[in-house]
Design a protein around this ligand. Structure first.
Ligand code: GLA
Length: 412
């Protein structure tokens, strides 16, 4: 019965928001008994167009929201109880708002209860609530399903409890959920993109100041498309390697600070300074530093190219970024490299790169619309010939952002 519910809901996704909301509210009523006063919100995942492993170095990133989201239906309760149900996992969690449980392992519960706890401690959340959660952001694909979950929970509770929280504070709170409750020392990009990304735009973010700019991305009008290809490699090594890369960057910045007291992060190091300190750094650290320094420059230039409508230059920066992540930062895997190499052989592909933390996940491809079919067929044929399984390939829609959804028709 529960499985059927999830299946029928999946079937509804991809259709209009009204249909999804209708299904969610039906399931909410089945699970919690009533829907009066319920709200439904969604928060999207993200794909990063350029600027990877720069956010935790105080650098620049350029992500966009994707049309895959986490949906939350919620309503307040008078008795201080928190009652949660995950449709994806078919699991419940119930506790008193003041008494967050401890968890033996990291699951969806840590992210949700962690966000709730941070809101309570911050003096925002005062009431208990019922909440139904459903997501269609692919898990482990580097598309920030956990950031979407955190943002959806906070945004949903804002509506339910009626408190006001600044969007930037939401982003910081959600990042601290990853740090404190999931043990992942991530940067700020994913939560920022999910909460502040805007449909039809990329968001250029300075991760030091959090200054940002929504840059229009008129794909349809320019005859272009963004296509994701999921390698299906789940990022098993990702967490330990991510921490190792982050620690390496902090070491480089500390060495650089001894030569130039103004350096507080790798963002402040340029190639000249790197050259001056090179004798104090092992070869692998030099490669890591070069990636971050050059990637920051590429992100700014790629943003400028986008503003001028120069998509071909933009694509070139994407390609350079992939090479750098593969050869200097060493976070790619053969499956991602194969997807990129195959894509770049196709006429009409302007740029192709891995996206996100690496060690698996997806590539993102900028391609002329007339070449999308050929790109899809060629990726599937070539990848399955080599690895014996088909990659998921899909064209992104640019129409999602964090938002409250309203149901126009009352439920039967
Ligand atoms: C993961 C992290 C982000 C960012 C990327 C790499 O997605 O959550 O903060 O560091 O990796 O760019």
């Amino acid at each position: 019965m529960k499985e059927r519910e999830t299946t029928s809901l999946s079937g509804a996704l991809g259709r209009s928001s009204e249909v999804v909301v209708h299904h969610l509210l039906e399931l909410f009523e089945e699970t919690f008994g009533a829907v009066d006063g319920a709200v439904v919100v969604r928060a999207p995942g993200r794909v990063n167009l350029i600027g990877d492993h720069t956010d935790y170095n105080d650098g620049f990133v350029l992500p966009i929201t994707i049309d895959r989201d986490v949906y939350v239906a919620a309503r307040s309760r008078g008795d201080g109880l928190v009652r949660l149900h995950s449709l994806n996992y078919q699991e419940d969690l119930e506790y008193a708002l003041e008494a967050m449980p401890e968890f033996a392992s990291i699951t969806w519960k840590n992210y949700v209860a962690g966000a709730v706890e941070e809101l309570r401690r911050g003096g925002f959340l005062k009431c208990g609530f019922d909440m139904l959660i459903y997501g269609d952001v692919p898990l482990g694909a580097g598309l920030s399903s956990s950031a979407a979950l955190e943002v959806a929970v906070v945004f949903g509770l804002e509506a339910v409890d009626g408190f006001d929280i600044d969007p930037i504070d939401t982003v910081l709170l959600c990042q601290s959920v990853e740090h404190r409750y999931a043990g992942v020392q991530c940067g700020i990009m994913d939560q920022f993109a999910s909460r502040l990304g805007r449909r039809g735009h990329a968001v250029f973010l300075d991760c030091r100041t959090l200054d940002h700019e929504h840059v229009p991305l008129p794909l349809a009008q320019t005859g272009l498309a963004l296509v994701m290809a999921d390698s299906g490699v789940t990022r098993e090594l990702a967490d330990s390697q991510y921490s190792e890369r982050r620690a390496a960057c902090e070491r480089i910045a500390a060495v650089a600070a001894r030569s130039d007291g103004r350096v507080t992060a790798l963002r402040d190091v340029d190639l000249d300074l790197l050259d001056r300190i090179s004798s104090s750094l092992e070869p692998d650290l030099l490669r890591r530093a070069r990636h971050v320094i050059e990637e920051n420059v590429r992100v700014e230039r790629a943003r400028d190219a986008l503003k001028k409508g120069d998509f071909s230059t933009f694509g070139t920066y994407m390609n350079q970024s992939h090479d750098s992540l593969r050869d200097l930062y060493e976070v790619s895997v053969p499956e991602l490299d194969a997807l990129v190499a195959t894509a770049l052989e196709i006429d009409g592909v302007l740029g192709s790169r891995m996206t996100g933390g690496g060690f698996g996940g997806c590539t993102v491809n900028l391609v002329k619309q007339e070449s999308v079919g050929n790109l899809r067929d060629t990726l599937v044929r070539s990848f399955s010939g080599r690895y014996g399984r088909e990659p998921d390939v899909y064209v992104l829609k640019q129409n999602h952002q964090t938002e409250r959804l309203f149901l126009d028709d009352p439920i039967d």
